[in-house]
Design a protein. Structure first.
Length: 693
């Protein structure tokens, strides 16, 4: 795909299928086609296209690219992206044909769920806009546009819902439908459609591709006659399946990340509860012939390790296809401890499973981009992968969701959900911290410029929520160790008061804005926010800190490490606070009692203090709760909860990977020389490991 920086005036029209009238009834994928003539030798030919929710495009029967799940999810009534493809090698003199299929994706998410996706402000029928720009060798130009001359039809994709699955009836295939000469006399006319409302912008992020193909590690047949396949690794994507048997055979494919207690059947119950209508992670296929037929879905993806295929009399062929935003690798970690290596690989697998045009929390139950999860993981993501471009895209999504009072939601893009819960200073720190991390790890000043005003407006919202200088409206130290199911009561059973972590993030925001202002040469604003930070620090210490006893309200691993990590104590106070913290850790048999906020604080301050031996002893503790315990229980990705409840493909605890880079590998960025122009190199040799690369 060619990266095109030019924004041109569109002459094409948004079009939709004439047979789709209501979003709730637009369950199938409409097919569109148009033939056009090229009369002269071609110097260049470029396709500009946006298709909502997802699209597949071809020229003369040839796919325009190898990407999948285009178009990226946005707040469509604010921003819509388009792609640019060089199609010169796919067109020829004479008649040519363009074909496009549309999936519902996030644009027409009709499934009932807890995030009000059905009520999204942008929700409408699938639609597209496209232009083919042809420049001839004599310098003349011609443009083929989407308009009322196109034709449309239904097709074999009879159902597609991003939260449900995809159904394909091979008996309805239209052979050669996207090639020249196809008889489309029975096809209907298209309708000129309303624009989704968002500004059309060029997409400058790496596309989603099939990045890995995996054969099942094992398989078996259930007593009921179904087939179960264990892929051997938790992942995001779908399976390419070779269906055998007679024509009209209907197969059902279900995806899950765990097995039932009997070890024979799959179990979707731990991740399906938030989807309130239709089937969950379920595809269907109906055969057209007696031959083996190969298929995979085009407009959905699933999170899974296990695949169940029922309805077949013969064992199908199965190949898992992992899909993710195909960004470049930047960093690697390897050491003498195989459990630590396994955790590093599991973290990367979780990251790759959660990038599909935006960073998400999980690839199955939600597929939501939670601000807090991503903020907590962002440093290690930037160390391991070239995630800066997709982060900048997502920061644009955040700006699109920001309200006039400066508030942002806890999931972005948001359908309107997440403004009245979950968007405290802790989770919403993503808007402030991620631009700073990108600057720190890449040296990009542009990302600060892009977001600076939005960051200040959000700080103003936090100020409006203060009471006596303290803020207390966030989620808090989510998911500490607990017993039982992953429900609100257990996942929020943390020890550290929310007002402690919220006010600490409030202080951190003021401090970070002051540093940004210094980078931008805004000395007056730097002083304003530095003074604000000092005021917040004074309030925090007055309210929460007992200097004589070196105690912080909550008196737990999170509150003590928060005090140091967020720089709310003086240098002279750190030894006493650390001493209390180390006593707590030892008394807890070197187990963490933190949720995801404390997890980031704890390992960073231990690393900074030269205590990676203590950090590793906790990480590699053989008993629950610990990261090592996940590996011993068969984890190939990071989990949401210490006890394995909830999702088993979550990255929110992953910041310990950045700690391995910074304090074991000893490669830490220096704020005075961002983008690793200056490096703080301080590997901790006496950490209990034989070697680190």
């Amino acid at each position: 795909m060619r990266r095109d920086k030019d924004v041109f005036k569109w002459t094409g029209r948004w079009i939709s299928a004439d047979f789709q009238k209501k979003p709730d009834e637009a369950l199938m994928a409409p097919y569109f086609r148009k033939e056009f003539t090229i009369e002269l030798p071609v110097e260049s030919a470029v396709l500009y296209i946006s298709g909502l929710g997802y699209y597949k495009a071809s020229i003369n029967g040839m796919p325009v690219s190898d990407e999948v799940l285009a178009q990226a999810y946005t707040k469509y009534d604010s921003t819509v992206f388009y792609q640019t493809y060089d199609i010169k090698e796919k067109v020829s003199k004479g008649r040519n044909s363009i074909g496009i299929v549309l999936g519902n994706g996030w644009y027409n998410c009709f499934t009932k769920d807890v995030w009000n996706s059905r009520e999204a402000t942008w929700r409408s029928l699938p639609k597209l806009i496209a232009e083919v720009h042809i420049r001839y060798s004599d310098g003349s130009c011609e443009i083929v546009i989407s308009d009322s001359s196109w034709k449309c039809s239904d097709g074999p994709i009879v159902f597609n819902g991003i939260r449900n699955g995809e159904y394909y009836d091979a008996r309805l295939q239209k052979k050669n439908w996207d090639k020249v000469g196809y008889d489309d006399s029975s096809w209907g006319r298209v309708l000129i459609a309303r624009s989704p409302g968002g500004v059309l912008k060029p997409f400058k992020v790496d596309p989603i591709r099939i990045t890995r193909r995996i054969k099942p590690a094992r398989g078996w047949r259930t007593p009921e006659g179904g087939y179960i396949f264990d892929i051997g690794v938790n992942m995001a994507g779908f399976c390419k399946i070779g269906f055998k048997g007679s024509e009209d055979t209907e197969a059902t494919i279900k995806y899950s990340e765990i097995l039932a207690e009997d070890g024979i059947h799959i179990n979707q119950s731990s991740i399906s509860g938030f989807v309130r209508s239709g089937e969950f992670q379920t595809d269907k296929y109906i055969k057209a012939t007696n031959e083996t037929e190969y298929w995979h879905p085009d407009f959905v993806y699933h999170g899974f390790q296990y695949v169940e295929v029922t309805g077949c009399n013969e064992k199908p062929e199965v190949e898992a296809m992992m899909i993710n935003t195909d960004f470049e690798r930047r960093g690697w970690f390897l050491c003498s401890d195989e459990n630590l290596n396994a955790l590093y690989n599991a973290s990367n697998q979780s990251i790759l499973s959660n990038f599909h045009g935006l960073p998400t929390d999980d690839p199955h139950r939600e597929k939501n981009a939670w601000t807090g999860d991503i903020s907590l993981s962002a440093e290690q993501m930037l160390l391991n992968f070239d995630t800066a471009p997709i982060f900048r895209k997502w920061l644009g999504d955040i700006r699109d969701t920001q309200k006039p009072d400066g508030s942002i939601p806890c999931v972005v893009p948001s359908t309107g959900w997440g403004y009245n819960w979950g968007n405290g200073p802790d989770w919403s720190s993503a808007l402030t911290l991620i631009p700073w991390y990108i600057y720190l790890y890449t040296g990009s000043v542009e990302v600060i410029i892009e977001n600076y005003d939005a960051i200040k407006r959000h700080f103003g919202f936090m100020e409006s929520m203060t009471d006596d200088g303290i803020v207390n409206y966030g989620i808090g130290d989510w998911c500490p160790p607990f017993e039982g199911k992953a429900v609100m009561a257990t996942m929020s059973s943390f020890k550290c008061p929310v007002e402690v972590t919220d006010t600490a993030y409030y202080f951190n925001a003021a401090n970070t804005i002051a540093m940004m202002a210094a980078v931008l040469g805004k000395e007056e604003e730097r002083k304003i926010f530095s003074d604000k930070a000092m005021g917040i620090k004074d309030n925090f210490r007055r309210k929460f800190f007992d200097a004589a006893g070196s105690l912080v309200k909550g008196d737990c691993q999170t509150s003590l490490s928060c005090m140091i990590y967020q720089e709310l104590c003086e240098e002279s106070e750190i030894p006493a606070i650390l001493k209390n913290l180390l006593t707590m850790i030892s008394d807890n048999d070197f187990h963490q009692d933190t949720g995801i906020l404390g997890n980031k604080y704890l390992h960073n301050i231990l690393g900074e203090a030269g205590l990676m031996d203590v950090s590793l002893k906790m990480i590699l503790n053989e008993t629950y709760p610990s990261f090592r315990n996940w590996i011993d229980r068969g984890a190939t990705t990071l989990w949401e909860c210490w006890n394995g409840e909830g999702s088993r493909n979550h990255h929110m605890f992953s910041d310990f990977i950045a700690v391995l880079f910074k304090y074991l590998g000893g490669i830490k960025p220096d704020e005075s020389g961002p983008g690793f122009r200056k490096i703080i190199m301080k590997p901790q040799v006496k950490c209990g490991l034989d070697w680190v690369k």
